[in-house]
Write a protein that binds this ligand. Structure first.
Ligand code: AMP
Ligand code: MG
Length: 417
């Protein structure tokens, strides 16, 4: 089971930058060691557990890149076209005879180059005589239209690395190596709770003072995109003892406990006291907006993260705190979020010293540039502000204002995970 060392609690200071917080988390979390073998068809999105070195070169043999005629370098027409008799025919999947001197060999895309040949003329560039001979033009370079063995990947090259999150193209590479299975890190088991007496689960009766729990479903969906095995543990009431008991129980069989709501310092915010009664906790005031405090702790050796209750704050802090924690737990190569430059179509004022995320949609301006249009309202409780936008503009700690036309960094929702 994953362990989070206790000394991170020395960092429970007043206001912490996002980078500092992420650095602390990722440094303190120990990756789960367990791995499992999965079939290639199930490998997408999983974290590779071991380096994969190429067991064969790619392509495995030198072959023709086109349909045409293969000849040896010595016979290449230099100044004027030359006529060759054709001897032999080799198609994809079959091995031809060695070439006869002074002859061209009919060859097809993907077929191995016959011994003695090293250059292929595309069939579009040659002339076939009624005699069956072929006229090859002058000027083709030695080795043209040939794919040498190993030009893509050399045998022994470490082509996939432990910690890589496998993508479809990575799976294709494993298949090209002839592998049928890959060793991956087992899925990270995450327990998800919502907290709050005002919440009703969709599908249950909602009283006049309740709203349906939405964060839990957002968080579970986010976690699934990160490849986690998610346990939906429902809604915890605003009551310390039952909350503590539920968290403690969940800690036994999960790698990470995640809650949303109840981490402010109000009288009815019981997560802090609940966690402290069964484990240890620090409340971080991260210098991030939207964000409010994020709680982090350990319950029986299992990391705990308490996200804020407001949906947008929950989403943003998930991206910056939970995502790196899950990646660290799975031993994944930490991937920095790289904002792409777009043009601001809004003005904005902010405090220096904290990072802010502005919800925006993208549009194509008349000059072709991508422009970020700010969602008109700012509340951290507005789900529509996430639903109706494409991503977040990241404004760094030193920025104090944005004017229309300025270049800003955009993080698309799709790329956040
Ligand atoms: P809290 O952090 O518990 O004080 O909650 C802050 C705000 O977020 C309150 O308005 C809550 O009703 C709302 N909220 C908390 N949890 C959820 C949830 N799971 N789904 C939707 N809204 C929530
Ligand atoms: Mg609450």
């Amino acid at each position: 089971m994953a362990q989070l060392s206790d000394d991170c609690f020395a960092f429970g200071g007043p206001m912490m930058s996002v980078d500092e917080a992420v650095g602390i988390i990722t440094a303190r979390v120990t990756a789960v060691g367990e791995t499992e073998s999965v079939a290639l068809v199930d490998a997408d999105g999983r974290i590779l557990a071991r380096n994969v070195a190429a067991p064969l070169p790619l392509p495995p043999f030198t072959n023709s890149a086109v349909d045409g005629f293969a000849v040896p370098a010595a016979d290449l027409p230099r100044d004027k076209e030359l006529m060759f008799p054709v001897a032999g025919r080799v198609q994809a999947g079959s091995s031809g005879e060695p070439a006869k001197a002074g002859h061209a060999v009919r060859i097809f895309t993907g077929a191995p180059m016959p011994a003695g040949t090293d250059t292929v003329f595309m069939q579009e560039d040659v002339r076939l005589e009624p005699s069956g001979k072929v006229v090859l033009p002058a000027g083709l370079k030695v080795g043209a239209n040939v794919r040498p063995a190993g030009e893509d990947i050399r045998e022994g090259h470490v082509a996939l690395k432990a910690g890589d999150r496998l993508r479809p193209q990575d799976v294709a590479l494993a298949a090209a190596f002839g592998l049928t299975r890959l060793d991956v890190v087992r899925r990270i088991r995450v327990a998800v709770f919502s907290t709050g007496d005002e919440l009703a689960s969709p599908g249950t009766e909602r009283t006049a003072a309740q709203l349906f729990d939405s964060n839990r479903f957002m968080l579970m969906a986010l976690l699934k995109r990160l490849g986690c095995k998610v346990s939906d543990l429902g809604i915890l009431r605003d009551e310390r003892e039952s909350l503590a008991k539920a968290l403690k129980k969940a800690a036994r069989v999960h790698d990470l406990i995640l809650t949303t709501g109840g981490v402010s310092t109000g009288e009815e915010d019981h997560v802090k006291a609940g966690v402290e009664s069964v484990g240890s906790l620090v409340l971080w005031r991260m210098a991030i907006k939207p964000g409010r405090p994020v709680a982090m702790g350990i319950i029986g050796g299992t990391p705990f993260i308490g996200l804020p209750g407001n949906p947008v704050a929950s989403f943003v802090t998930f991206v910056h705190v939970v995502r790196p924690t899950v990646l660290a737990l799975s031993g994944a190569v930490p991937l920095a979020l790289l904002p792409i430059p777009v043009r601001a179509a809004f003005s904005y004022k902010k405090k220096s010293g904290r990072r802010e995320y502005v919800r925006v949609t993208l549009r194509r301006a008349e000059d072709g540039a991508l422009e970020a249009v700010k969602f008109p309202r700012e509340g951290a409780g507005l789900l529509s502000s996430l639903v109706d936008t494409d991503g977040l503009v990241e404004l760094g700690e030193t920025v104090t204002a944005v004017e229309p036309g300025e270049r800003v960094g955009f993080l698309g929702y799709a790329n956040l995970l």
